[in-house]
Design a protein around this ligand. Sequence first.
Ligand code: HEM
Ligand SMILES: *[C@@H]1O[C@H](CO)[C@@H](O)[C@H](O)[C@H]1NC(C)=O
Ligand SMILES: *[C@@H]1O[C@H](CO)[C@@H](O)[C@H](O)[C@H]1NC(C)=O
Ligand SMILES: *[C@@H]1O[C@H](CO)[C@@H](O)[C@H](O)[C@H]1NC(C)=O
Length: 497
Amino acid sequence: MALLISVLFCCIIIADFAWLLGSRKGPTLLMKILEFIYPIRDQQGRSISGPQWRWPNGHMIDKFLDGREKSKEWRAFGSVYRIWSCDIPEIAITTPEDVRAFHTDSDVHDKSASSNGGWFFHQLLGECMGLVNGTRWRRVRSKFSHAFTHRAVLDMSASISADSCEYVRNLAVEKNKSSSTVHASQNLMRFPFFCTAQSIYGPMTQDEKDRLWSIGQQSLALMRYVLSGGVYRFDICRLLRPEAAKELAAFREQWSSFNKEMYNLRRPLSPAPLIVSTWKQVIDGHLPENEILQTLSEMLFANLDVSSHVLTWLVTLLAENVEVQQKLRAEIRSARTAPNTFSIDYLNAKDSLLKHCFLESLRLRPFTVFSIPESSPSEKILGGFRIPPNTSVVVDTLAINVRNPFWGEDSHLFKPERFSYIKSAELRYNLFAFGFGTRKCLGMHFAETMVKVFVVHLLDQYELHLPSSEQNAEEYKVGRDTWVPTANVEVVLTKIA
Ligand code: HEM
Ligand SMILES: *[C@@H]1O[C@H](CO)[C@@H](O)[C@H](O)[C@H]1NC(C)=O
Ligand SMILES: *[C@@H]1O[C@H](CO)[C@@H](O)[C@H](O)[C@H]1NC(C)=O
Ligand SMILES: *[C@@H]1O[C@H](CO)[C@@H](O)[C@H](O)[C@H]1NC(C)=O
């Protein structure tokens, strides 16, 4: 059925495009056809609305690269509306009530195939832990989960702290000057990347780090094909775009050999790093190589943008909000047990200003405006519309985190203290950070510790402020060459004597 629809869709596009070339009616006609194939109505029989279908990818690209703008623009279609990832409908929901209604059966939800990103995306991440379903998901998750529990992360926190102290010390390269201006994401991104990498491979040599970085750059470069959509959504791109297929094959080959080598190098160590037990599953034939390779890609390469986004925005918001920064520095200093050492209890405290700053930054700057599409096997009534089983649903995270009345009138401001008055149970459907349901982020405790510990050392060593050219938070520049809108902001670091 899906195949038939895809074939039909291709024919329609080709015919439609040829026939209506130069006419403005093309997309309208196509949308009428898609609406006919996938009818969604409310009790009164009204059809769900949504933005006009766009040639050739629907809204797949807008959703990632222009999420902030589109979230604002698409509000006009109501609290529940429909967008298209090429020919696949996605229902966008915007209220905590609908998020709750959709997630009542989250343990049986499925992630949409390849996140509705098409063939090329499937080759990169289609079989990673975050996108497989059911028993396959449970199987792969069980091979990783023990390494990222709260307990396991506690055990890693001393080494995360030592690494971040060192990284922070080397940040202001112009050693002679008391202050340096650094590009936040470019200068910070290597920290979360190698910190995560060492949670998998154990301590790495400079040579290993350089190789991993360069494989990561290849992987990120391949995302440009995914983000251009069109022919790359289909298997046929192997024939039509042989150079892209070659690039993909070269990446795979290197990624596979890198992990094989790391397995062999790390096998004699005791305790052995995570790569040893996971790669052994591949060798023993318990898990397909692709599943592990793509899961490692997800944790390292897909996450590079996510983690650096989170870290960069927290640093940027602290640089902008000098008063909060000073309060936080005072809190950090009072938790210092020796030079460059902080109490573990403080780093893990649930109600510190540090924790509240972390949450507030996640709230204001979710790494994706539209969440990863997933579906329920049951029919759902969302915003009055009858959503058929197995329909992809995405959450507008800005609507939940910022426009939501729960957050009050000043919801667009960075005010971490607001979390002192909120019970964590209330956050469940009012804050998108690490996901809503059963499929919560594997690395959530790890990521939290990594980001908080970094900020502790950063504020301990430097005062932060924005250069005068970067002021208004809504106007921050964001990068457009990655799938996550990373801050394109410079921050001035002044060494504290
Ligand atoms: C810094 C911030 C991070 C944020 C905000 C974040 C956020 C998320 C979100 C929203 C999801 C999807 C949940 C869903 O679809 O319901 C997810 C999944 C996942 N994340 Fe993270 N993540 C972060 C860091 C990390 C790190 C460092 C790792 C590596 C250990 C990681 C590994 C994963 C994995 C493997 C999944 C798939 C989980 C599954 O489906 O079982 N994440 N993350
Ligand atoms: C997960 O489930 C969805 C819906 O049932 C299906 O379309 C998709 O292909 C599955 N994903 C994988 C990787 O098997
Ligand atoms: C630091 O500055 C002084 C004088 O401005 C200069 O003589 C010295 O070479 C500089 N050192 C470094 C490491 O750049
Ligand atoms: C929804 O997807 C599941 C899993 O792929 C399948 O078993 C079920 O029959 C589908 N339901 C409908 C109504 O298509």
